[in-house]
Each structure stands twice: as structure tokens, then as C-alpha cells.
Write a protein that binds this ligand. Structure first.
Ligand SMILES: Cc1cc2nc3c(=O)[nH]c(=O)nc-3n(C[C@H](O)[C@H](O)[C@H](O)COP(=O)(O)O)c2cc1C
Length: 222
């Protein structure tokens, strides 16, 4: 297969969603660098409130660092087996003025933000973080956004034939200390990426639409 072909998704969106499983074992096959770049390029198109994009990813590839991470993750083997492990973080400091301005300038350069909307954001975003009308803690806010980006990354990865395993089985304090993560940055999950190995995890089923969706008010049948 040529490198151009490799950089095209191999699996349709529907198939990627249907066949993605949280891989518990990985082969040692590396992820080609171009594919990893594409996974980030597309996965990071995830939406965020005011486009603040608070997600940050530490890309861990060196075996000694993966082993160190595994020790912070209840010794789960997939962490040291996968060729790449992302430490998926959410940065609370995106509420500072300089960062908000950086994001606004990004929007202006992309053509999606005009001066009127820029001024609106300069006053509305600090208020969002002061009054927190829709979240109780900054950690809830960073997690909300980072996990959405993680979902994008997992589906994009699967479209390129790359498996993943979202993980909350880790000790936050240990991960933060071992990887120099600042106090204001939350660790939202770990995401090993690579090629699933035997035993391949089986599908565990999903509740029906009727079981989890309500019509018009909570608890009312759809
Ligand atoms: C936020 C989150 C945390 C998870 N933590 C772990 C984990 O620590 N270890 C693990 O092996 N799987 C973990 N999983 C994977 C789930 O067990 C898995 O997604 C679920 O059983 C459904 O299976 P599927 O993703 O293969 O369809 C986690 C999944 C999510 C979304």
C-alpha cells in the first residue's frame, strides 16, 4: 500500500463506530507516523465551548515511560503494550485573558470570528468561568471537553484501522507527578493506541434508544 493510500481512512464512519472496541491487548506493531498525525489532525476538530479547546495530550512512546505509566494505572498491561499512549488532559488555565485572545485571533485568521463576536467573547467568556451556570467545578468543565476530543480521536483512529482503549483506571496524583503535569491541569483519561491483539475484546451490547432517550421531559417515553 502506498503512503498516500495509507493516509486515507480504510474503514467507513459506520464501520468504525460499529467495530471500535476498547482493546485490552495490543501487538507491538508501530503506528506509522503519518497516520498518527492524521488521527490528531482530524480528531482535534472536536468542538468545545467558545472554541476554547482545553484538551492537551502527552504522547508517550518510549517504553520506559509507558512502563512508568502502567505502574500508575493499576498495572493494566495495555498501557505498556500499545505503541503509543496518550495522557489526555484538560487545562483549566484556558480562562486566562492571553489564551482567550489567542483563540479569538485564531478565529479571526480562520474567518469564523468578526470584531463584533470577538468583543462579545472577550466579555462573555470570563463571565462563564466566574458564574459557572452549567458546571460546578473546573474539573467537570475540562473533562467535558477533553472526553469529547477523545471520542473523536478514537473514531478517527478506528477509521485508519487503529485501535484504542479509553481508561480511567489510574491514580491521578501518580500520573501528575510522574509526567510533570501542572496543578491546574486535569488528567481526564489515558488512551493507548495501536493494533489490537488476541484475545480480541467482544462487543458488550448497548441499551436501546428507547431505554436511554426520553421524549420532552426526563423519564417520559420517547
Ligand atoms: C471513561 C472510560 C474509562 C474506561 N476505563 C477503562 C480502564 O481503565 N481499563 C479498561 O480496560 N477499560 C476501560 N474502559 C473501557 C470500557 O470498559 C469499555 O469501553 C466498555 O466496556 C464498552 O466496551 P467497548 O468500548 O469495547 O464497546 C473505559 C471506558 C471509558 C469510556
Amino acid at each position: 500500500m502506498t503512503i498516500e493510500n495509507q493516509l486515507q481512512p480504510q474503514v467507513s464512519l459506520t464501520e468504525a463506530i460499529k467495530t471500535r472496541r476498547a482493546a485490552r491487548a495490543f501487538s507491538s506493531d508501530p503506528i506509522p507516523e503519518g497516520i498518527l498525525e492524521e488521527i490528531f489532525r482530524l480528531g482535534l476538530q472536536s468542538p468545545s465551548g467558545y472554541n476554547l479547546q482545553p484538551w492537551r495530550f502527552i504522547v508517550v512512546k518510549e517504553q520506559k515511560n509507558k512502563d512508568k505509566l502502567r505502574a500508575c494505572a493499576f498495572d493494566q498491561p495495555q498501557v505498556s503494550q500499545a505503541p503509543v499512549v496518550l495522557i489526555c488532559c484538560g487545562d483549566r488555565r484556558v480562562n486566562n485573558t492571553e489564551y482567550i485572545e489567542e483563540m479569538i485571533q485564531l478565529g479571526i485568521a480562520a474567518g469564523g470570528v468578526n470584531e463584533k463576536f470577538a468583543d462579545y467573547m472577550r466579555s462573555a467568556i470570563p463571565q462563564l468561568f466566574e458564574y459557572k451556570p452549567c458546571f460546578e467545578s473546573m474539573e467537570a468543565w475540562t473533562n467535558r471537553h477533553t472526553m469529547l476530543a477523545v471520542a473523536h480521536l478514537m473514531i478517527v483512529a478506528k477509521a485508519f484501522g487503529v485501535d484504542s482503549c479509553p481508561m480511567e483506571g489510574f491514580v491521578t496524583a501518580q500520573v501528575k507527578e510522574a509526567f510533570n503535569i501542572p496543578v491546574e491541569v486535569d488528567v481526564c483519561c489515558l488512551l493507548p493506541l495501536g493494533y489490537a491483539d488476541e484475545p480480541i475484546k467482544k462487543y458488550g451490547g448497548r441499551f436501546s434508544t428507547e431505554r436511554v432517550c426520553y421524549g420532552e421531559s426526563f423519564g417520559q417515553a420517547l
